[in-house]
Design a protein around this ligand. Structure first.
Ligand code: ADP
Ligand code: MG
Length: 369
């Protein structure tokens, strides 16, 4: 369907987009995720034809769009600020693009009605858009984009101006509309939760490049870089230094919060700096209850006992890394507690430990390379 090949764009000789290539398949929703200023809106504007790339190719259905002006691309755009016409009522806002296309009045009425029905705004035709809530205004904007029966829908942070509960409701509505209409879509956001909820595929834009792309589950399981893990908030990203190889695929890595045994497929060398990911889902280590001699050894505040042990009690013989520290803060989060430790790590635990207590938790350490 949509294909971008080697798109580059610089502003004031500062490269913003550097050789971007990707495709969007029929019926697919692709989320473009990136920090503010990473060039997401610029990329959408280039696809829409509102901005031209310095180099590169954009095609749709195999046809090069270089000479197709924006209004003939049949792409629908939905922005954060709705961009509705304040002097027009709901009906005329939705009908606008159809009138521009000089469509017959009876067809316009029929399209407006079906678009408003899709976004659940039947009966709002004569309302002034100024009297609508933010969520309703955004649904009008979506109906306007849908009315032209776009070949592609593009969303630029469409829920950014709305509060959390409203966002969730709209996102669900949008997902079902995209499934129903099967219109391919590019959804731009800086919010990873939003992206993961709606995307068939996510792409992470950083330093002008798509540094990671995949299904939400794949990217979540294998962020592959410290930047992606940190940006997506997957857990604690820890800097470490490779101390040596234990055996094939198993390395000893030292960090400020302890020494870990790390399993990974990378080829490391001694002294190499690596990034580790400690996901917050941890287990409290009951082996070291207060009766254990090890736990009775008093650790001073902030001190962490370096520990890496192979838990032979587990049938799969997985490596269990352990972190010991003092509980600095505990926040209730529905079915778990977010526990921040004195060494800076945070973990989720089922039961709330006491602040100031020394605890030992087992964490799964992944190597980010
Ligand atoms: P995002 O949508 O990811 O926040 P943008 O695409 O809006 O990022 O902008 C990325 C950068 O490009 C910004 O730092 C902005 O200053 C710059 N930029 C965007 N458009 C222009 C322009 N027309 N002229 C100069 N600089 C621009
Ligand atoms: Mg933007």
């Amino acid at each position: 369907m949509l294909q971008l090949t080697s798109i580059t764009k610089s502003y004031n000789s500062k490269p913003l987009l550097d050789n971007i290539s990707f495709t969007v398949a029929e019926g697919e929703t692709v989320c473009l995720l990136g920090a503010s200023g990473s060039g997401k809106s610029t990329l959408l504007r280039i696809i829409a034809g509102l901005e031209s790339p310095d180099s590169g190719l954009i095609s749709f259905g195999g046809v090069d769009l270089a000479s197709t002006p924006p209004h003939l691309r049949d792409f629908g755009l939905v922005f954060q600020d709705y961009a509705l016409f304040p002097h027009l009522n709901v009906n005329d806002n939705v009908a606008f693009g159809l009138k521009m296309r000089r469509m017959r009045q009876d067809e316009i009425s029929q399209r407006v009605a079906s678009s408003l029905e899709l976004v659940n705004l039947k009966g709002f035709e004569q309302r002034s858009v100024n009297d609508l809530s933010g969520g309703e205004q955004q649904r009008v904007a979506l109906a306007r984009a849908l009315a032209i029966r776009p070949r592609l829908l593009m969303f630029d942070e469409p829920l950014g101006a709305l509060d959390r509960t409203l966002r969730e409701g709209l996102l669900n509505g949008l997902r079902s509309i995209l499934q129903k209409t099967k219109v391919p879509a590019i959804y731009v956001t800086h919010d990873q939760e939003e992206a993961f909820a709606i995307a068939d595929r996510v792409m992470i834009l950083h330093n002008g490049n798509i540094i990671r792309a995949g299904t939400p589950a794949d990217v979540w399981a294998n962020p592959q870089s410290a930047y992606v893990a940190e940006f997506l908030g997957l857990g604690n990203v820890i800097e470490g230094e490779v101390k040596g190889k234990i055996k094939s695929g198993e390395w000893k890595v030292e960090s400020s919060v302890g020494e870990f045994v790390v399993m990974c497929k990378h080829k490391h060398s001694k002294g190499e700096k690596v990034h580790l990911l400690a996901r917050p889902i941890a287990e409290q280590n009951n082996r070291w209850s207060s009766s254990s001699a090890r736990a009775e050894r008093t650790l001073s505040e902030g001190e962490v006992e370096d520990e890496a042990s192979r838990d032979v009690s587990r049938p799969e013989g997985r490596i269990q890394n352990t972190v010991q520290s003092i509980v600095a803060d505990v926040i209730f989060q529905q079915d778990k507690y977010k526990v921040t430790l004195d060494n800076g790590l945070y973990v989720y635990l089922k039961d709330a430990p006491k602040i100031g207590k020394k605890i030992s938790v087992r964490v799964k350490i992944e190597c980010l390379g």
